[in-house]
Ligand binder design. Sequence first.
Ligand code: 5GP
Ligand code: MG
Length: 195
Amino acid sequence: MAIINIGDHIEKVLWTEKQISDRVSNLASEITRDFSAAAAPVFVGVATGALIFLADLVRKIHLPITVDVIRVDSYGSGTVSSGKPSISCDLKSDVQGKHVVLVEDIVDTGNTLSCLIEHLKAKGASSVSVCALLDKPSRRKVSFEVVGDGKFYRGFQCPDYFIVGYGLDFAEKYRNLPYVGVLKPEMYNKYPSEI
Ligand code: 5GP
Ligand code: MG
């Protein structure tokens, strides 16, 4: 059977596995310092993109936290946001009166986060922080504000490329790359089944 190396589809690596791991450790230390064990937060990962980041991050948090996921659909199979996120699978946890840390892979237009922050506020969270591995501030269309004493934790500032890896997909592929990179332009012109 032919071995397909999806790494061959990558034009350039922006952050290596080691760089990501070091940054995730720093973010986890910051968050651990900012909260207390008596009011340990609920970590909410935004599926599917943030799942790998969430798994790495929570294992480095030294507090008695809980973990949940929420699913938001906004992208379809393209590279441009439809701009109208909808919650397709809600939290299992009751976040009323609790601190929440929303864990996101990347903030682009800001639509997804602003929708989720409003949602968590409406559920009565006492604070909502955001921990995003990547941020593309140049693409922001909607500004969002953390809630209460919440903070915005950001891993890296990302240039305006469509990127894949470490949870981020193109047509649901490439999430399992251990690094973050830019796809070769010819890959965008293929049908998902050809990638
Ligand atoms: P926003 O609502 O801020 O425009 O977009 C947020 C979501 O879009 C992210 O959670 C992520 O899933 C997706 N997204 C934004 N930029 C990129 C990108 O460069 N690559 C990939 N694969 N997904 C992206
Ligand atoms: Mg996402």
